[in-house]
Design a protein around this ligand. Sequence first.
Ligand code: SAM
Length: 228
Amino acid sequence: MAKKNRVWNAWKQVSPIKTWFHRKKKVNQWAYIVRDEYAIKAQKAWFRARSVYKLLEIQERFWLIKPEFSVMDIGCAPGSFLQAIRNIVREKIIIWVDLKEVKPFSYPNVKTIVQSIFEYDELSKSVIDIVWDDRFDLITSDIAPNTTWVFDVDQYASVELNIAICEFSDRFLKKGWNMLLKVFKWEDFNDLAMQVRSRFEKFVTYKPVACRDSSHEEYVICFNKIKD
Ligand SMILES: C[S@@+](CC[C@H](N)C(=O)[O-])C[C@H]1O[C@@H](n2cnc3c(N)ncnc32)[C@H](O)[C@@H]1O
C-alpha cells in the first residue's frame, strides 16, 4: 500500500497531464464554492434550497407576488420558493405541486398535492377539491426534469413540462394575470415560446445572478393572460 502511494505521488509530481488536471480541478472546486455562496446563505436563513434567491431576485425586479394573491407553485420540492411566497401571501391559498413528497409546512393556507403536471385530469380534480371553482392570481414554476445528462434530451423534457404547465394555466390562471416558468433554454425553446405567445400578451426571459453560469436555465415571465 505504502509503495503504491509512493509510486502514485511520484507520478503526480512528474506527470504534466496529472498536474494540469489537478490544478484545473482545484480551481473549479474553488470557483464552485465561491459561486455557491447562495447555498450557504440559504442554509443560514433556513431556506430549503438555494433556488429561493432566484425567485427573490425576480420578485425584486418584476413584483410578481402580491399579498392578496392566491398562488400555485408547480415543481415545488423541497419548498424554498414556497417559503418565499408564504412570506408575502399570508392568507390566500397557496397550492404546491410536485411528483415527490415534500416535508409539509404547518401553515393553514398552504396545501400540498403530490402529482405530476402531466396527469392533467387527476391534478385538476385535486386542485378543484381544494379551491372549488376558483382560479389563481399567479402560477410559479421552477420545474426541472430528472436529468439524463444528455443535454438535448433534458432541454426538450424541460420544454414539454412547461408546455404542460401552459395547458394547465388555461383552466387555472385568471385572465389578465401572470405566470413564471423555468426552462432549459436551447434549440427547442421556440416550441415553448409559441405556446406562451398564444396565451399571454407578452413575455420576457430572465437569468437571475443566482443561476450558475454553466446552467442553461432561464426564467420566462409571462404577462397578462389573454384568454379566459
Ligand atoms: C429545481 S426543483 C424545484 C425547487 C423548488 N422551486 C424549491 O425552491 O425548493 C424541480 C422540481 O420539479 C419537480 N418535477 C419534475 N417533473 C415533474 C412533474 N412531471 N410534475 C411535477 N413536478 C415535477 C421535481 O420533482 C423537482 O422537485
